[in-house]
Every structure is written in C-alpha cells, then in structure tokens.
Design a protein around this ligand. Structure first.
Ligand SMILES: *[C@@H]1O[C@H](CO)[C@@H](O)[C@H](O)[C@H]1NC(C)=O
Ligand SMILES: *[C@@H]1O[C@H](CO)[C@@H](O)[C@H](O)[C@H]1NC(C)=O
Ligand SMILES: *[C@@H]1O[C@H](CO)[C@@H](O)[C@H](O)[C@H]1NC(C)=O
Ligand SMILES: *[C@@H]1O[C@H](CO)[C@@H](O)[C@H](O)[C@H]1NC(C)=O
Ligand SMILES: *[C@@H]1O[C@H](CO)[C@@H](O)[C@H](O)[C@H]1NC(C)=O
Length: 337
C-alpha cells in the first residue's frame, strides 16, 4: 500500500511536471521583441486598419493574423496583407523585418505609392508579391539587389516607364510577372541571362514596343505571355527546341510580322496563342506532331493547308482557332481549292 502510494505520488509529480512544461511552452513569448516593435510601427503607418486588429499586446505576435514566424528562429518570415482596406503607401518599416522571406501585399486597391527603397534590406527575401494594388512609379532597379528572390509578381498595378534591365541579375529568379501595368520601352536585352530551368516571363497588357531581343533564345522558358503590347518583328527566339518542360506561349494582339513556316516548333510546345498579329506563311508541318492543348492563330495573314496527321490535334480545334487569315484552308476550315 505504502509502495503504491509512493509510485502514485511519483507519477502525479511527473505528470504535473509534464503539464507544467507543456503550459510554459504555449505561454512562452516566442515573438521577437524587435520584430514586434516593427510590426506595431507598420500597423501605425497603415492607420491601424481593421485587418490588423489581432496585432495587440494580448497575443504573442507570432500568432497574429497576416504573418508567420520561422518555427526555429521565431522571427517573422512571412508578411501577407491581402484583400484589405489598407490605404497609403507600403510602410518603409517592412524593411526592418530582416528575416522576411515572403512579402505579400495583394488585392489592396487603396495601397498606393512606389515600392519603398527600404526593402533592399530584406536580403533573405524569396518572394516579392505585390499584385492587384494601385502602386505607381517605375519598377525599381533596386529590386535586383535582393539576390535570393525566386518570385517577383507586380501584376495589376499602375507601374510606368521601361522595365529595368538589372532584374536579369537575379540569379534565382524563376517567375517575373509585370503584366497589367503601363510599362513602356523594349524588353531588355539582358533578359537573355535568366538562368532558371522553367522560367515564367509574364509581360502582357502593357505598352511595350520594339522587337523581342535575340538573346531570349538562351532562356529555358516554361511560360511566355507578351500579349497585348505593341511588339514587332520576329519571335523565332522564343521557340528553342530543347525546352526541358512544357512550353506555353501567348503573343496575341501585338504587331508581330514573321514567316510562321520558318519557325522551329519545340516538341514540348503545348499552348500557342498568336491571334491578332501580322504573321504570314503557312502553319509548319511540325506543329501537327505536338500534344497541343490550345491553339489560336486567328486574325493573321496565314495561307495554305492546315497540316494533318501527327497527333491529329490540329483538326480537333474549331474554326475559331484559325479564322480571319489570308488563305488558310483544310479542316476545320473549308477544303482547299
Ligand atoms: C478605398 O478608398 C475609398 C475612398 O476613401 C473608399 O471609398 C473605398 O471603400 C476604399 N476601398 C477599399 C477596398 O477599402
Ligand atoms: C485602383 O484605384 C481605382 C480608383 O482609384 C480603382 O477603380 C481600381 O479598381 C484600383 N485598381 C485595383 C487593381 O485595385
Ligand atoms: C547563371 O548560372 C551560371 C552558372 O551557374 C552563373 O555563372 C551565372 O552567374 C548565372 N547568371 C546569373 C544572371 O545569375
Ligand atoms: C500595329 O501597327 C499599326 C500600324 O503602325 C498601328 O496602327 C497599330 O496600333 C499597331 N497595333 C498594335 C497592337 O500595336
Ligand atoms: C481566338 O482568338 C479570336 C480573336 O480574339 C477569338 O475570337 C476566338 O474565339 C479565339 N479562339 C479560341 C479557340 O480561343
């Protein structure tokens, strides 16, 4: 009996020790005090918006909404303020969260002003995601100082002026989205230096002019979208045959003028949209061998028979993939004469 009670008391002691250590773990303030001060500055700079109502001293800052901490360092590594009513510019204080890897301001239509220079202090940043806001000014060249960036998305803003050529010096960049802005000038020659193996270059809905630089022949693209600009000339340099992954190309609604029959068709080209250009010649026979998922060559100056055979895909698209050309013929268009 005595022995049992001793075991019991030992058990209850170890149990209470366990509970104590569990409790102290959950109530321990993980939040880094420097980060917490910076977060309060950010909240104040944004005018204490409703979306940041959870940012109070009552909670560990790593449990606040719109952010995450690294589980090991307990430093804030992800700040994401989305779909909110925040107003004014991106607070310069974001540059004082030195462990940030992801900075996301997305769908805040009253977020205005330029990208603050202070973000250049965020040397660990991997993702800069600032889409669907109302940001203005140029796309700053200082973004190229953040050598760990893998993903840059500045789509759906009001950015103006030419694209800075320095962006190509980002050694890990795999996604560059500058679509739906008001960018002018040419695609930089330096963009031939992008190194990633599945590069996404999304520049659609801008006011870009001039030809595509030949240097782009060196880039291993997975997706290219240059649609709705004012680009001219040839596009052969986008179609390299050793593409390591499936390739999607959208060049629609530009002023491209080239002989389609002289374009190499990469075997892994799966989506091609070139509608509304001035492309002439005939559809290359090679295209019939591709596992195409989407094709639109309408509103160009193409001629000749739509190639048959191969995978048979070219006949599976309807006439709206081919209509409004000079003299294209054969299924799904009317037979050639
Ligand atoms: C943006 O600001 C305007 C004017 O103050 C306001 O009417 C509108 O509701 C705000 N939009 C959002 C999404 O908060
Ligand atoms: C930018 O602001 C205007 C009004 O100033 C608004 O109509 C538009 O939707 C906003 N853009 C975005 C992408 O939210
Ligand atoms: C691309 O990779 C090569 C070899 O890994 C490297 O020498 C070069 O600096 C890289 N280019 C860029 C723009 O980072
Ligand atoms: C194409 O060029 C014509 C003639 O220069 C011009 O009127 C038209 O606006 C251009 N279209 C595009 C999409 O740039
Ligand atoms: C191809 O583009 C034309 C012009 O924008 C459009 O009318 C047609 O519906 C498109 N076809 C397909 C299959 O998307």
């Amino acid at each position: 009996m005595k022995k049992h009670s001793r075991i019991l008391s030992l058990l209850s002691l170890s149990l209470s020790l366990l509970i104590f250590s569990l409790l102290s773990k959950t109530s321990k303030a993980y939040c880094n005090s420097h980060d917490k001060k910076v977060l309060f500055r950010i909240k104040e700079a944004l005018g204490n918006p409703y979306v940041l109502a959870s940012w109070t001293n009552d909670h560990d800052c790593c449990n606040w909404y719109c952010l995450e901490c690294d589980p090991n360092t307990h430093r804030v590594n992800n700040l994401f303020i989305t779909n909110s009513d925040i107003t004014g510019p991106i607070p310069a204080a974001v540059g004082d969260l030195p462990y940030l890897e992801i900075l996301e301001f997305h769908k805040n239509s009253n977020l205005t002003g330029g990208i603050p220079k202070e973000i250049t202090k965020l040397t660990r940043l991997r993702m800069l995601w600032l889409s669907w806001n109302n940001l203005t000014g140029p796309v700053p060249s200082f973004i190229s100082q953040l050598k760990n960036l893998e993903y840059v998305n500045l789509a759906f803003n009001q950015f103006t002026r030419p694209i800075p050529s320095e962006l190509s010096s980002l050694p890990k960049l795999g996604y560059l989205g500058l679509d739906r802005n008001k960018l002018t000038g040419q695609i930089p020659e330096s963009f031939g230096n992008f190194n990633a193996t599945d590069f996404y270059l999304i520049l659609s809905h801008n006011q870009l002019t001039g030809p595509i630089p030949r240097s782009l022949f060196n880039v291993k693209f997975a997706k290219i979208d240059f649609s709705r600009n004012h680009l001219v000339g040839d596009a052969y340099m986008l179609f390299r045959n050793n593409s390591p992954s499936d390739l999607s190309v959208d060049l629609s609604r530009n002023n491209f003028t080239y002989d389609f029959s002289k374009t190499d068709i990469p075997t892994r080209l799966v989506n091609l949209d070139v509608n509304h250009n001035k492309i002439y010649g005939s559809i290359p026979q090679q295209l019939a061998n591709n596992e195409l998922q989407f094709l639109n060559v309408s509103y160009n100056r193409l001629c000749g028979q739509i190639p048959t055979g191969g995978t048979g895909r070219l006949q599976e698209f309807d006439e709206y993939s081919y209509f409004h050309n000079k003299c294209l013929c054969g299924a799904p268009l009317p037979a050639c004469k």
